[in-house]
Write a protein that binds this ligand. Structure first.
Ligand code: MG
Length: 383
């Protein structure tokens, strides 16, 4: 039996915070989709691996799949179009079996592939599924409207495995614009019975920021070690009526002088992240003389440091920023600064700290000549 894999990675992969699309973000120190490519590549039954990607992500893909043998195909506007593009790419090699897998499910192993191959010996399609343990409710996000019985309900994962000819036939007769959630639904719409094999908690899909740490614990035995970086930044006051600190505009009798928006808080944090991964300082990456950064929003400096960190296999675990000045009073804005920083970094609010202090009217901050900020950042990398 010749088998092929289609890994669907064409989604935008947007997540709250973070830099790389989620399918390329590191988990256990390597890009999420690399785990699945390696699992298929290591299994003797698989002769071809097709990655369906967003062409805009090609550079991310090249970095994530370096050294691995796979074919890439541009994705379609909707998931079913992406899967069809993948099936089409396999037409000349005509495998007996095709496994269609989500890139955001890194916990794939040989046992799961074996179980699905066995199931395809007697069925046209098979998929891993888990029983539902939690009580189910229909709700609007705030209030429960209906209790739903979980009797007979299963959570279906991927890879969803099919005889190649059967799934091609099912897509060929698919009603255009049919709103089907997955490939099992496509096969069933064409009349095929689908067998279920026991799913794995580690095959859970990474959807929300907190899923990274959860799935990582399930699939990666590697120990993560914390690297702590430190950053300092200062800007002097000039004429103006507001300052920007940690992305928050704070009314004041002066502005901060700088080539960019002079956000000392986020500059210090950017330097702390660069410090943790050994990537120099903010000036190495954003030349202060470059006109392109005049008045720039410092969010892009912070996001760039996060991108470099993720490309280096790191994940931000915590940050702590201290603002030192007599005026403006930072405390009333502290929670807003914390929220904005959590939003951009993808950290939970509890993992972001912003504090403010004065120097008791001593030194340049005491004389109200400017603002100093310091930051530490903790980055987890495989040990
Ligand atoms: Mg600065």
């Amino acid at each position: 039996m010749k088998a092929a894999a289609i890994i669907v990675a064409a989604g935008r992969g947007e997540r709250a915070g973070g830099a790389l699309p989620k399918q390329y973000a590191p988990i256990g120190g390597k890009p999420a989709l690399r785990w699945s490519i390696e699992a298929f590549a290591a299994h003797p039954a698989f002769e071809a691996i097709v990655l369906v990607i967003d062409p805009a992500h090609e550079a991310h893909f090249r970095a994530a799949a370096a050294g691995l043998d796979c074919q890439i195909v541009p994705g379609g506007a909707v998931r079913s179009a992406s899967v069809q593009a993948g099936l089409e790419a396999l037409r000349s090699s005509a495998p007996d079996l095709v496994f269609i897998h989500d890139a955001a499910r890194p916990g794939l192993d040989a046992n799961m592939l074996d179980a699905l191959i066995r199931a395809l010996g007697s069925h046209h399609g098979a998929a891993p599924a888990l029983r539902v343990a939690d009580a189910l409710k229909r709700a609007d996000g705030q209030f429960v409207h209906e209790d739903v019985s979980r009797d007979g309900l299963m959570r279906v994962q991927t890879p969803q495995a099919f005889r190649y000819a059967s799934i091609c036939q099912a897509f060929a007769v698919l009603v255009p614009d049919a709103a089907l959630d997955d490939d099992v639904a496509v096969a069933r719409a064409a009349g095929y019975a689908i067998a279920l094999v026991p799913g794995e908690a580690g095959l859970s899909k990474i959807t929300f920021p907190e899923d990274f740490a959860l799935v990582e614990r399930l699939i990666s035995p590697a120990t993560l070690i914390p690297l702590v970086g430190h950053g300092i930044d200062a800007h002097q006051f000039t004429e103006g009526d507001f300052v920007t600190l940690c992305g928050v505009r704070i009314p004041h009798t002066h502005a901060l002088l700088g080539h960019s928006d002079a956000d000392a808080g986020w500059h210090a944090l950017t330097d702390a992240i660069l410090g943790a991964i050994g990537a120099g300082d903010i000036g190495d990456h954003f030349l202060p003389t470059d006109p392109k950064w005049r008045g720039a929003d410092s969010e892009q400096f912070l996001r760039h440091a996060l991108l470099l960190m993720e490309q280096a296999g790191g994940r931000l675990a915590h940050c702590d920023i201290t603002i030192v000045c007599e005026r403006p009073r930072v405390k009333p804005h502290r929670e807003a600064m914390r929220s904005r920083t959590a939003e951009v970094t993808g950290l939970a609010l509890a993992r972001v700290n912003v504090k403010a202090t004065t120097t008791e009217e001593m030194g340049f901050t005491g004389r109200r000549e400017g603002i100093l900020a310091t930051a530490t950042a903790t980055v987890l990398v495989p040990g």
